[in-house]
Write a protein that binds this ligand. Sequence first.
Ligand code: SAH
Length: 342
Amino acid sequence: MEKTDILSLDLQELQSALEKMGEKKFRAKQIFQWLHVKRVLDFDKMTDISIQLRECLKENFCINGLFMQKRLASCIDNTVKYLYRLHDGNFVETVLMQYHYGNSLCISTQVGCKMGCRFCASAIAGFVRNLEPSEMLMQIYETEKNSGVKISNLVLMGIGEPLDNFDNVMKFLNILSHKDGNNFSLRHVSLSTCGLVPKIYELAGLKLGLTLCISLHSADNSARSEIMPVNCAYNIDELVKACKYYIAETGRRITFEYAVIDNVNSSDKDADKLADLLRGINCHVNLIPVNKVKERNYRTAKNAVAEFAGRLEKRGINATVRRTLGSDIEAACGQLRRDALK
Ligand code: SAH
């Protein structure tokens, strides 16, 4: 019989698993706290649990570890990038960014990605599988252990499309925010999507309080379809309609991500079109220069981002120019994993 991945069980599931084994329900909370609060990943070290039950746990459950394959620390800022090996030999990337207001962790949600965005290194290496809730949690636990810092903000912006692994991501968030576990506030979580419209409606219904980020990158349908194949399935009109629904339903402001790319989306006309599209929507625009990906020729001219921001602001749209962190350590998602595969 295959053992159950215990870190992927929410408290309720753990309770019913224990009841099925003929154990008392309250034991589940004890074990849940050993795993998620004390972060003890060895049944033998759960000292207030009888040896008999520990043996029983070992027979039925496994605790899948994460192994640090590579750690790259930036010399220019405090960014640290981890390449983690999963129990089956696959790799994922996790990036720790330290700001004056707290520590932010960017985690992966899939091994690879199906979405095929042209400018993204994760897409180049292809899709392998979804991550389990435990594998998302372990990126946090391992990084906190390795770095000695406490994560205050979480961004689901690493490798993978979180809404394409919807159920596991929701379960991960449920375990992470559970009051008997990490009690992590979902107000400090940002989830980024390339625009899987039906899942945006589903997410809105859950009212989790997290910040939804939309990777927009163009306000023009034909330009967006060129760089983001997902736009052929759900175009900009459908996407913006879903965003408006999300805002109305949750009362939360949306962030639009926009990588300014020469000859793709950086002209004055592009900025005007974006301003027209977003006018009146409770949102914020994050502008970034495109991260260089070896296989692609996308570039951002010096000053292009600032100029684009200026043009937007003149048209009443607030935009933040995001700093590129860890530019010396290939912090763009997917680059380390792709190199490890070579
Ligand atoms: N699949 C999700 C989350 C992962 S990508 C999404 O698409 O939102 C995280 C962010 O990085 C997205 O906004 C994505 O569009 C952006 N991104 C990917 N490759 C990039 C690159 N080379 N330069 C700049 N931004 C990039």
